[in-house]
Write a protein that binds this ligand. Structure first.
Ligand SMILES: [Zn+2]
Length: 343
């Protein structure tokens, strides 16, 4: 039967194309710059800081633990690490309970007041519900982030759907979420896995089930200083310039692929406009690696070495007083105790 043979042929071609395509992606995925080639100064680590100060501990991608000794705030929550194969095949993944328990214990998250995702993609918000259940912290974010929490069975009184521009107090921290955009790094300038999560999301689910759900710029004010976290490299909303910041933590994933003039605008919106003195890139690491394993993301996603050179140039051109730092995984950075820049 002719049609059967043709169907068989077509299927073989499709499987062949898929195999070649996957092999190409896996091969491309291995080409990446060496983080050691970026020779920026190391941040001031908390134990070396003169005073008891606000610290931020970077835990990969844009997961950051803020702590002032009284109150802790977690930006994002991504400890379960679906593999590259899980991501490429979009196969169902689950929260890694053992890993979540380990991280909460290892990084002493016993005073966690809030979990605040920058948006609801899996590499930011996958574990927010599981963390809320284990710590009793509140989840503050979009309706989509609320749906992730509900899917994990987090009680309603621990879930807050954010009002943009409204300050929320957690101990001495005052957190304001501003409207933001996700970096347009999808096909033809789109946002990958766009859209919202409209019903409670209970894993196992494919990674594509964690839709973006709207992105935020997060302003974290404290009597000691103000930090701004921009998870995804979307250009700044005009409202960002109304804040002055001491430190900005800038997501750079895909930034190089958007071109130099885009990167200039990105820098100016977050660094020049806020007068920040410390700039830390985040979201530069390969999010398919296990928790704690930090290597630069693949070059085809956006070349980090080139991005680093650009940032050095922008600093020189517009913000000479600012310092660039590479965060080190798992080490508490004393955010507001930076060394005096050399003359
Ligand atoms: Zn994202």
């Amino acid at each position: 039967m002719m049609w059967k043979q043709r169907a068989k042929q077509a299927a073989l071609i499709a499987v062949g194309a898929l195999a070649v395509g996957s092999a190409a992606i896996v091969w491309l995925w291995k080409d990446r710059p060496d983080l050691h080639d970026i020779d920026w100064p190391a941040p001031v680590i908390a134990s070396a800081a003169a005073t008891d100060s606000v610290t931020a501990t970077w835990l990969g991608v844009t997961t950051l633990l803020f702590d002032d000794g009284e109150t802790q705030i977690l930006i994002d929550g991504f400890f379960s690490r679906p593999s590259l194969t899980d991501v490429l095949l979009d196969r169902p993944v689950e929260n890694d309970a053992a890993m979540i328990n380990y991280v909460l214990d290892e990084y002493r998250m016993r005073r966690l007041a809030a979990i605040i995702p920058v948006h609801s993609h899996f590499d930011h918000a996958m574990d927010i519900g599981a963390i809320a259940n284990r710590t009793s912290a509140s989840v503050l974010g979009s309706e989509s982030s609320a749906a992730i929490a509900r899917g994990a069975g987090v009680p309603e009184d621990q879930i807050t759907t954010v009002i943009v521009g409204q300050p929320y107090e957690f101990g001495r921290f005052i957190v304001t979420l501003l409207r933001s955009r996700h970096a347009p790094i999808g096909w033809r300038g789109s946002v990958p896995m766009a859209g919202t999560i409209d019903t409670p999301l209970t894993p196992p689910q494919p990674v594509s089930a964690w839709r973006e759900g709207g992105s935020y710029t997060i302003v974290i004010a404290h009597p000691e200083g103000t930090a701004i976290v921009q998870g995804s490299a979307g250009l700044a909303d005009h409202s960002v310039g109304e804040f002055s910041a001491d430190v900005v933590l800038l997501g750079v994933s895909g930034l190089e692929s958007l071109g130099r003039s885009y990167a200039e605008q990105y820098w100016q919106g977050f660094v020049t406009a806020t007068g920040a003195g410390g700039v830390y890139p985040i979201h530069f690491d390969d999010f398919t690696r296990p928790f704690g394993e930090i290597v630069a993301g693949p070059t085809f996603f956006g070349d980090l070495a080139k991005t680093a050179k650009w940032l050095e140039g922008f600093r020189e051109q517009w913000d000479n007083d600012a310092q660039l730092f590479m965060p080190e995984f798992g080490r508490p950075i004393a955010l507001y105790a930076q060394p005096v820049p050399e003359a």
